[in-house]
Write a protein that binds this ligand. Structure first.
Ligand code: MG
Length: 166
Protein backbone atom coordinates (compact mmCIF):
# COMPACT_ATOMS: atom_id res chain seq x y z
CA UNK A 1 0.00 0.00 0.00
CA UNK A 2 1.23 3.53 -0.82
CA UNK A 3 0.04 6.85 0.64
CA UNK A 4 0.25 10.24 -1.06
CA UNK A 5 -0.35 13.75 0.27
CA UNK A 6 -1.33 16.73 -1.82
CA UNK A 7 -1.95 20.41 -1.15
CA UNK A 8 -2.92 23.34 -3.35
CA UNK A 9 -4.00 26.96 -2.92
CA UNK A 10 -5.30 29.52 -5.45
CA UNK A 11 -6.42 33.14 -5.25
CA UNK A 12 -10.14 33.77 -5.65
CA UNK A 13 -10.76 36.62 -8.08
CA UNK A 14 -13.86 38.17 -9.67
CA UNK A 15 -14.81 37.07 -13.17
CA UNK A 16 -13.54 33.51 -12.98
CA UNK A 17 -15.85 30.46 -12.73
CA UNK A 18 -15.75 28.78 -9.34
CA UNK A 19 -14.55 25.25 -10.18
CA UNK A 20 -13.93 22.65 -7.51
CA UNK A 21 -13.60 18.89 -7.93
CA UNK A 22 -14.60 19.38 -11.56
CA UNK A 23 -17.95 20.86 -10.49
CA UNK A 24 -19.03 24.47 -10.97
CA UNK A 25 -20.52 26.49 -8.11
CA UNK A 26 -22.48 29.71 -8.29
CA UNK A 27 -20.15 32.30 -6.74
CA UNK A 28 -18.99 35.79 -7.82
CA UNK A 29 -15.33 34.80 -7.51
CA UNK A 30 -13.33 31.88 -8.87
CA UNK A 31 -9.79 30.55 -8.62
CA UNK A 32 -7.20 32.35 -10.73
CA UNK A 33 -4.53 30.32 -12.44
CA UNK A 34 -2.91 29.18 -15.66
CA UNK A 35 -5.30 26.18 -15.72
CA UNK A 36 -8.81 26.11 -14.24
CA UNK A 37 -7.44 26.58 -10.69
CA UNK A 38 -9.25 23.53 -9.31
CA UNK A 39 -7.46 23.18 -5.95
CA UNK A 40 -9.13 19.89 -5.05
CA UNK A 41 -8.09 18.14 -8.27
CA UNK A 42 -4.63 19.73 -8.28
CA UNK A 43 -4.06 18.50 -4.71
CA UNK A 44 -5.34 15.08 -5.81
CA UNK A 45 -2.81 15.02 -8.67
CA UNK A 46 0.01 15.82 -6.23
CA UNK A 47 -1.25 13.07 -3.88
CA UNK A 48 -1.34 10.51 -6.72
CA UNK A 49 2.12 11.49 -7.96
CA UNK A 50 3.48 11.57 -4.40
CA UNK A 51 2.19 8.09 -3.57
CA UNK A 52 4.06 6.77 -6.61
CA UNK A 53 7.19 8.88 -5.90
CA UNK A 54 6.74 10.64 -9.25
CA UNK A 55 7.33 14.24 -8.22
CA UNK A 56 4.68 16.94 -8.32
CA UNK A 57 2.17 18.55 -10.65
CA UNK A 58 4.63 21.28 -11.67
CA UNK A 59 7.17 18.67 -12.82
CA UNK A 60 4.67 17.08 -15.20
CA UNK A 61 2.40 20.00 -16.17
CA UNK A 62 4.44 23.23 -15.76
CA UNK A 63 2.28 26.34 -15.44
CA UNK A 64 4.54 28.25 -17.87
CA UNK A 65 3.76 25.77 -20.67
CA UNK A 66 1.05 27.20 -22.99
CA UNK A 67 -0.07 23.61 -23.62
CA UNK A 68 -1.77 23.50 -20.19
CA UNK A 69 -3.47 26.90 -20.35
CA UNK A 70 -7.09 26.57 -19.23
CA UNK A 71 -6.76 22.80 -18.80
CA UNK A 72 -9.45 21.18 -16.65
CA UNK A 73 -8.24 19.53 -13.44
CA UNK A 74 -9.70 16.20 -14.48
CA UNK A 75 -7.32 16.08 -17.45
CA UNK A 76 -4.36 16.28 -15.06
CA UNK A 77 -5.97 13.61 -12.84
CA UNK A 78 -6.37 11.26 -15.83
CA UNK A 79 -2.74 11.82 -16.84
CA UNK A 80 -1.54 11.27 -13.25
CA UNK A 81 -3.58 8.04 -13.05
CA UNK A 82 -1.90 6.80 -16.23
CA UNK A 83 1.55 7.53 -14.76
CA UNK A 84 0.57 5.76 -11.53
CA UNK A 85 -0.85 2.77 -13.46
CA UNK A 86 2.42 2.48 -15.38
CA UNK A 87 4.11 1.89 -12.02
CA UNK A 88 1.66 -0.92 -11.24
CA UNK A 89 -0.45 1.13 -8.81
CA UNK A 90 -4.14 1.99 -8.55
CA UNK A 91 -6.12 4.12 -6.09
CA UNK A 92 -8.25 2.49 -3.41
CA UNK A 93 -9.21 5.45 -1.18
CA UNK A 94 -9.23 9.25 -1.07
CA UNK A 95 -9.80 11.68 1.78
CA UNK A 96 -9.71 15.44 1.49
CA UNK A 97 -10.37 18.79 3.15
CA UNK A 98 -11.23 22.02 1.35
CA UNK A 99 -10.41 25.28 3.14
CA UNK A 100 -12.68 28.15 2.13
CA UNK A 101 -15.02 30.76 3.53
CA UNK A 102 -17.59 30.92 0.73
CA UNK A 103 -19.45 29.41 -1.01
CA UNK A 104 -20.64 26.92 1.58
CA UNK A 105 -20.12 23.44 0.16
CA UNK A 106 -22.82 22.01 2.42
CA UNK A 107 -25.04 19.53 0.65
CA UNK A 108 -22.69 19.32 -2.33
CA UNK A 109 -19.93 17.61 -0.31
CA UNK A 110 -21.27 14.10 -1.15
CA UNK A 111 -21.50 15.17 -4.81
CA UNK A 112 -17.85 16.28 -4.67
CA UNK A 113 -16.84 12.99 -3.03
CA UNK A 114 -18.73 11.05 -5.71
CA UNK A 115 -16.91 13.08 -8.39
CA UNK A 116 -13.54 12.14 -6.89
CA UNK A 117 -14.60 8.47 -6.63
CA UNK A 118 -15.67 8.51 -10.28
CA UNK A 119 -12.40 10.08 -11.45
CA UNK A 120 -10.37 7.53 -9.48
CA UNK A 121 -12.51 4.51 -10.38
CA UNK A 122 -13.25 3.66 -6.75
CA UNK A 123 -16.54 3.20 -4.90
CA UNK A 124 -18.24 6.19 -3.25
CA UNK A 125 -17.78 4.71 0.23
CA UNK A 126 -14.01 5.13 -0.23
CA UNK A 127 -14.07 8.85 -1.00
CA UNK A 128 -14.61 11.80 1.33
CA UNK A 129 -14.62 15.58 0.95
CA UNK A 130 -14.70 17.72 4.09
CA UNK A 131 -14.91 21.52 4.34
CA UNK A 132 -13.39 23.96 6.84
CA UNK A 133 -13.71 27.70 7.14
CA UNK A 134 -10.74 29.62 8.51
CA UNK A 135 -12.95 31.53 10.97
CA UNK A 136 -12.32 34.78 9.08
CA UNK A 137 -8.55 34.52 9.56
CA UNK A 138 -5.96 35.22 6.86
CA UNK A 139 -6.42 35.27 3.09
CA UNK A 140 -8.68 32.21 3.03
CA UNK A 141 -10.74 33.56 5.90
CA UNK A 142 -11.14 36.86 4.01
CA UNK A 143 -12.46 34.99 0.97
CA UNK A 144 -9.38 35.83 -1.11
CA UNK A 145 -8.17 32.27 -1.52
CA UNK A 146 -9.18 28.63 -1.49
CA UNK A 147 -7.01 25.65 -0.54
CA UNK A 148 -7.33 21.89 -0.39
CA UNK A 149 -5.42 18.98 1.03
CA UNK A 150 -5.82 15.41 -0.17
CA UNK A 151 -4.67 12.01 1.03
CA UNK A 152 -4.81 9.14 -1.43
CA UNK A 153 -4.12 5.45 -0.89
CA UNK A 154 -2.81 3.32 -3.74
CA UNK A 155 -2.37 -0.43 -3.91
CA UNK A 156 -0.07 -2.48 -6.07
CA UNK A 157 -1.89 -4.15 -8.95
CA UNK A 158 0.83 -6.72 -9.60
CA UNK A 159 0.81 -9.79 -7.39
CA UNK A 160 3.79 -9.74 -4.96
CA UNK A 161 4.73 -13.32 -5.97
CA UNK A 162 4.97 -12.42 -9.67
CA UNK A 163 7.13 -9.41 -8.86
CA UNK A 164 9.53 -11.48 -6.73
CA UNK A 165 10.27 -13.77 -9.70
CA UNK A 166 11.70 -10.92 -11.79
MG1 MG B 1 -3.13 24.57 -8.60
Amino acid sequence: MRHGLGFDIHRLVPGRPFVLGGLTFDHPRGPSGHSDGDVLLHALVDALLGAAALGDIGDHFPDNDPKWKGTAGKVFVAKALALVAAKGLKPTQVDSTVFLELPKLGKRKPELAAALASLLGITKDRACVKAKTMEGLGAIGQGEAIAAQVLVVLEETTAPKARRKK
